[in-house]
Every structure is written in C-alpha cells, then in structure tokens.
Design a protein around this ligand. Structure first.
Ligand SMILES: Cc1cc2nc3c(=O)[nH]c(=O)nc-3n(C[C@H](O)[C@H](O)[C@H](O)COP(=O)(O)OP(=O)(O)OC[C@H]3O[C@@H](n4cnc5c(N)ncnc54)[C@H](O)[C@@H]3O)c2cc1C
Length: 413
C-alpha cells in the first residue's frame, strides 16, 4: 500500500482483503481453472461471494447511501490493487468490469424503474451485464462512427446492428447498447445508450470469440452479438437522447483508474513470483538465478516502474476525487498507456525468469499474458492516449495540432 494515500478506511480494509485473497482465491489457481471455461470456477466463486458478504466486504465501490462502504476513488483504487493479486479477486467481490461501470452508469443516469429491475440485482450479484459498443466494421478508436441504429417506432426503440468484443455477454441479463439515434446530429450527439435485456427477441449471441486459443465462457468471454429488430420500450434509454458519447466518456474516467490499479496489483503479483523463482532456482550448485545481474536488473527496474506507476495512478485518482475527471484528462491518458506498458513488461520478465515453466498453465503467468494483452487496446489504444497527451502539451507551446494539415497540403511540402 502507498502510505502517502492511505486513510483509516484503507488501513482497515486492505489487510483484511489481502488475507481473503491469499487464503480463499489464490489456491483456486489450478490448471483447470486457469485454462477451462470460466463457468467452472464461477460456481466456486459464488461460494466465495457468500464469504465476502459475511465478512461485510460486499459492495466496496458503492456509496454509503447505496449500501456500500463509501470509499473514494483513491481508496477504492488501493483496494482494487489488492484484489488483483488473484485473477478472480474482482469477480469474487462483485466489482469486476464491465459490471462495475454499468452499475455506476445506471446509478447516475437510469430511470427509477430500470434501477429497480436491473441495478439492484446487479449490485446483489444476482445477475451480470455487458457493454456493447465496438463493431467489427468500424474502427473502435473513433466511437463517433457506428453502424448500429435505434429508431423510434410507437412506444419502442427498434435496434439493428452488429457488435463484437461485448465482454461477458454470455449469460449476462442485459446489455447496454450504444446506437445511433439521430444520424443528422453532430458526430458527438448522434448516439444514445439503451438497455437491452438479452432475452429480447432479435438479440443473438453469435459466438464467444476465441482469444489466443481460448474462447472461455460466462464472465470470462468476449462475444460477437447481432441485434435484429430488437424492440425495447422508449424508457430503456439511459440518460438523454444523443448523450451516448458523453456517457461513455464519463464511464471511462473512473474506469481507467479501476483498470490501472488492477494492473498494478497484477504487476506486484508477477514481481513477487519473479523474486520467489530467482531466489530459489539453482543454476549450478549454490548459485541461484537471482545472483545474475540480468535478473537483478529486471527486479530492480520492475520495482521502480511499479512504484512510479502506483504514485501516478493514485495522484490521478485523488485529483478526480477533488476536481472531477474532465479536469485531469491528461493525467488519465498518461496513466492509461504508462501502466499498461509497465504491467505487460513485468509479466514478460516474470515469464522469462521461470523459463519453460513460465509459459505453462501450471502457474498463473500465462493467464495474465493472454488476458491482459488487451490492456494496450481497450479504453483507448496507447497511440490515441499518447497523441491526446502530446497535443495537450504542445498546445502550451502555441501549437494547435487539430489544425494540422496532411504533409502534402502544406506549402513547405
Ligand atoms: C480485451 C478487450 C475487451 C473489450 N471489451 C469491450 C467491451 O466490453 N465492450 C465494447 O464495446 N468494446 C470492448 N472492447 C473493444 C475496444 O473498445 C476496442 O478494441 C478499441 O476501442 C479499439 O478499437 P478497434 O479494435 O476497432 O481498433 P481500431 O480502432 O481499428 O485501431 C487499431 C489500432 O490502430 C491504432 N490507432 C487507432 N487510432 C489511432 C490514432 N488516432 N493514431 C495512431 N494510431 C491509432 C492503435 O494501435 C489501435 O490498436 C474490448 C477490447 C479488448 C481487447
């Protein structure tokens, strides 16, 4: 834990959650659970969820008014790091993506009826949800371009479209779908968010996409979905018509803190595994792997990079708590690409330290390698965040890059 940002809440919670993760969840990391369908381990995790409730640790992310512990984003970030010590931590505590983002969205912007029917059971862990925005035919990096439409017809919206990477759609009770409701509006006002129960006629889960050899199922999957004449009541609109893009941005601000702190937890876990191996793997009699300077370099660099990353993320979380996400957009971009890179570098070093064993499913490292490579792509690809940050910096030097023309159009070309 980072003492600079510790509070009485985190000092009380973090050791208890760490103990729970180490004793109840880390032992579940068997080859069967790390490679098979997620539904196999989900059955056991349901029992762990009961233990979480009994321990009074359910609903960590909710405000006191919502029956939660009222943690700030900065406090929740510190808890999230500890949960990430196991691939099953966030799920066991019901604060896993995409549900955590959907809970926040429904809490702030859904009607009382939608909140009663969908938010309450979601908070209780009785149902799961998914978020359906990205489409195979359009570059997800430009979310203003979407092919999915929702047209008013009487008292319904009629949705038609094709999505993919709708994470955790398999078994979810509802999807929050981003669809164009007014093609004539300005690009950022064209789309809206709609809640679609997955048992609505016309909702078709085409497949769970195989990711590096593993389609998984349940919460661990990423689905291709078709919406064909899907009819939902007008009241299933979330927020205002045309506000889809704004809501998506709002959902992503705290979401990036959640991801980044999870990635720091994963990095810590991998560094721990790396050090354990380095200290005990004998290269020749009496000479351990950790005595080699290459390995010492990996350990030292990993330590420094993780510490730097944690400070950056907690600073950003603290600033979001104080000033809101819009005020610290640059810091959010900065941590998104920086921390993803630190995590993937540390995972790779840990695998290298283990040699052949590092790529076996006897240990957790390949799980992280497969499941976390996407970190540099989702919630804004590295390049998008780097470009946004650099543009903002250059603006301070009087260069407005939005006015930049292609090289061939310039007079100096
Ligand atoms: C594990 C995972 C889970 C996901 N879960 C969900 C989900 O639950 N719901 C959902 O709707 N979507 C989800 N996504 C999709 C994700 O949001 C998109 O993959 C992302 O927005 C990028 O879109 P794209 O894949 O179409 O890539 P593209 O937009 O085609 O971009 C491809 C590459 O181009 C480069 N690039 C893009 N823009 C620029 C630029 N401006 N400058 C320079 N280079 C650029 C980047 O390297 C990028 O990786 C998930 C993705 C992953 C990997």
């Amino acid at each position: 834990m980072e003492p600079l940002f510790a509070t009485s809440q985190t000092e009380a919670l973090v050791p208890r959650i760490r103990e729970f993760v180490l004793t109840e969840l880390v032992p579940l990391e068997t080859t069967e659970h790390l490679t098979g369908n997620f539904s196999t381990v989900a059955r056991i995790l349901d029992q762990k969820r009961e233990l979480v409730r009994k321990a009074g640790l359910w609903g960590l992310q909710h405000s006191v008014g919502e029956g939660g512990l009222g943690l700030s984003l900065c406090e929740f970030g510190q808890v999230s790091e500890v949960l990430a010590w196991s691939p099953f931590g966030h799920y066991a505590f019901n604060c896993q993506a995409p549900d955590i983002g959907n809970m926040e969205l429904l809490h702030r912007h859904a009607s009382a009826i939608l909140r009663e029917h969908y938010l309450e059971p979601l908070k209780e862990g009785h149902i799961r949800s998914c978020f359906s925005m990205t489409e195979p035919e359009f570059a997800g990096s430009n979310p203003t371009r979407l092919g999915t439409t929702a047209e008013r017809d009487g008292d319904s919206w009629v949705i038609n479209g094709h999505k993919w990477f709708t994470s955790s759609a398999d078994g979810a009770a509802f999807a929050i779908v981003m669809a164009v409701t007014n093609p004539a509006a300005a690009p950022h006002r064209r789309a809206s968010m709609l809640l679609v129960p997955t048992d609505t006629p016309g909702f078709e889960l085409v497949r769970n996409i195989s990711i590096m050899g593993d389609p998984s199922d349940h919460w661990g999957s990423h689905a291709e979905v078709r919406y064909t004449d899907v009819r939902v009541p007008l009241g299933n609109l979330i927020g205002d018509e045309g506000a889809g893009f704004t809501l998506a941005q709002e959902r992503l601000g705290p979401g990036r803190i959640h991801h980044c702190m999870r990635w720091i937890g994963i990095s810590e876990r991998c560094l721990d595994l790396m050090c354990r191996r380095a200290a005990t793997r004998e290269l020749e009699e009496g000479v351990m792997l950790g005595e080699k300077q290459f390995v010492q370099g990996w350990i030292a660099e990993s330590r420094a990079q993780i510490d730097a990353a944690r400070l950056m993320v907690l600073r950003t979380a603290h600033n979001i708590d104080q000033r809101g996400a819009a005020a610290v957009r640059d810091q959010i971009s900065e941590i998104k690409f920086f921390v993803a890179d630190v995590m993937l570098t540390v995972i790779d070093r840990a695998i290298q330290t283990y040699g052949a064993m590092g790529i076996t499913d006897d240990i957790v490292l390949p799980w992280y390698y497969r499941h976390e490579r996407g970190a540099r792509i989702y919630d804004g690809a590295d390049e998008v965040h780097k470009t946004a940050l650099a543009r903002s910096i250059l603006k301070g030097y009087g260069l407005d890059t939005r006015k930049s023309k292609p090289i061939s159009n310039r007079r100096d070309a």
